[in-house]
Write a protein that binds this ligand. Structure first.
Ligand code: NAD
Ligand code: UFG
Length: 338
């Protein structure tokens, strides 16, 4: 199958590109390089031993998308492209609505005009807002607590309306929990520019000595050790979930929302301890105030992914942490050579 990945050079897109290529698909990448680099393209080619078709461009460029869909005879699209930092979305909501919502509209227009109706969309557990019960299943009420989350919610709702308008559409919204980890080769992983916002990349920078210590945002949550709990999922498991979703769409019409998580919650302290075990040294950290907007506990009910997609996360927390450390060291040794 010919599959277009928008945002395909980003963190999750690049891992999915490897998985789909290894499964025998032809993967075509579109990215505007706003949060990635061409270096990733070279690494994807080194990793898979295959050349990738890559177009540098913006998902809001509808004529470009239409041309790509035709030129590469695209069968399915996985839409990763977008902005994803919650804090930044509060400062720049218009940019978020433009990139994410306008980007999705542009893609839908191009797909509709080209008669390409299979779409997997990168959604997020953020659409559940403050959990009313746990684990979070797909029928849990949805809401948004920040502009980033609102873009995901708007897009999901738009996709549901679009699928109702024409029975040809086959759309899966994958609601990711907390993607972490890196490819075992050490060639691709999460490498944010500037100071990371998310826990895992921050921990990795502290471990490498690039940052002095980890700030743990609150130890007064109503959890066993007082720190917040999340459902961390290895990015390679997540990538395989996309492969399963693409296969699912061969036989399923309409709109579907499916969680991709492990179903297990882990606290921040537990993450720190597991990372310390992976690197064989202690990680400097201190407890600070809670971060505004954080929920205490968030983890997925994963039954639907299993029954509908036949997919289940396989990799454990040790593997998540050790792969991040391996990737981090790969970056450091590469920088030393450069
Ligand atoms: P990422 O920033 O690493 O990847 C996104 C890619 O899209 C980048 O390469 C960027 O350059 C590109 N891009 C952004 N705007 C674009 C545009 N207008 N046109 C073309 N390319 C554009 O992020 P990621 O972690 O790989 O996330 C991928 C998707 O998954 C995003 O939609 C994100 O909201 C969603 N998601 C991520 C997480 C997470 O924790 N990483 C959690 C839930 C959902
Ligand atoms: N945390 C710290 N210190 C840090 C960073 C994070 O203690 O330096 C804590 C947070 O308070 C939270 C946990 O680590 O309790 C995880 O935080 P992340 O920022 O890594 O992830 P979030 O759960 O806040 O959010 C992530 C993505 C969102 C997505 C959400 C659900 O960033 O885009 O998962 O999928 F919506």
């Amino acid at each position: 199958m010919n599959i277009l990945l928008t945002g395909g050079l980003g963190y999750i897109g690049s891992h999915t590109a490897v998985t789909l290529t290894e499964a025998g698909h032809k993967v075509i990448l579109l990215d505007n390089l706003s949060n990635s680099s061409l270096d990733v393209l070279e690494r994807l080619q080194a990793l898979t031993g295959k050349p990738f078709a890559f177009i540098e461009g913006d998902v809001r460029d509808t004529p470009l998308l239409s041309k790509m869909l035709a030129d590469y005879r695209i069968d399915s699209v996985v839409h990763f492209a977008g902005l994803k930092a919650v804090g930044e979305s509060l400062e720049k909501p218009v940019e978020y609505f433009s990139n994410n919502v306008q980007g999705a509209i542009s893609l839908l227009q191009a797909m509709n005009d080209s008669g390409v109706y299979k779409l997997v969309f990168s959604s997020s557990a953020t659409v559940y807002g403050e959990p009313e019960y746990l684990p979070l299943d797909e029928v849990h009420p949805t809401s948004a607590t920040n502009p980033y989350g609102r873009t995901k919610l708007h897009i999901e709702e738009m996709l549901e309306d679009v699928s109702s308008s024409n029975s040809e559409w086959r759309i899966v919204c994958l609601r990711y929990f907390n993607p972490v980890g890196a490819h075992p080769s050490g060639l691709i992983g999460e490498d944010p520019s500037g100071i990371p916002n998310n826990l895992m990349p921050y921990i990795a920078r502290v471990a490498s000595g690039a940052l002095p210590e980890l700030n743990i945002f609150g130890d007064d949550y109503p959890t066993e050790d007082g720190t917040a709990i999340r459902d961390y999922i290895h990015v390679c498991d997540l990538a395989e979930g996309h492969g399963a979703a693409i296969n699912y769409l061969d036989n399923q019409k309409g709109w579907h929302a499916i969680n991709l998580g492990t179903g297990q919650g882990h606290s921040v302290f537990e993450m720190v301890r597991t990372f310390e075990k992976a690197i064989g040294q202690s990680l400097p950290h201190r407890v600070t105030a809670r971060r505004a907007g954080d929920v205490a506990v968030c983890y997925a009910k994963t039954d639907k992914a299993y029954t509908e997609l036949g997919w289940k996360a396989q990799r454990d927390l040790d593997e998540m942490c050790s792969s991040v450390w391996y990737f981090q060291n790969f970056q450091i040794s590469k920088d030393k050579v450069a």
